[in-house]
Design a binder for this molecule. Structure first.
Ligand code: ZN
Length: 59
């Protein structure tokens, strides 16, 4: 299980993204960010994902 804290990603939000793989994290996190933070598909740039990748924790 992997997790990614939305707060660590730079949002004022207590949501924690969970997934089995990095791919799951990006899928679930992307949905959350678009739904709750008004992000768009094009905001999820490779640079942003690279930053997020470094914040993913293995549980
Ligand atoms: Zn959030």
């Amino acid at each position: 299980m992997k997790t990614l804290s939305c707060r660590e990603a730079g949002f004022d939000c207590d949501y924690v993204v969970r997934g089995e793989t990095e791919e799951d994290i990006f899928k679930n996190g992307g949905e959350h960010a678009m739904k709750d933070h008004g992000m768009k598909e094009e905001d999820l740039t490779p640079e942003f994902k690279e930053k997020l990748r470094g914040l993913i924790k293995d549980q």
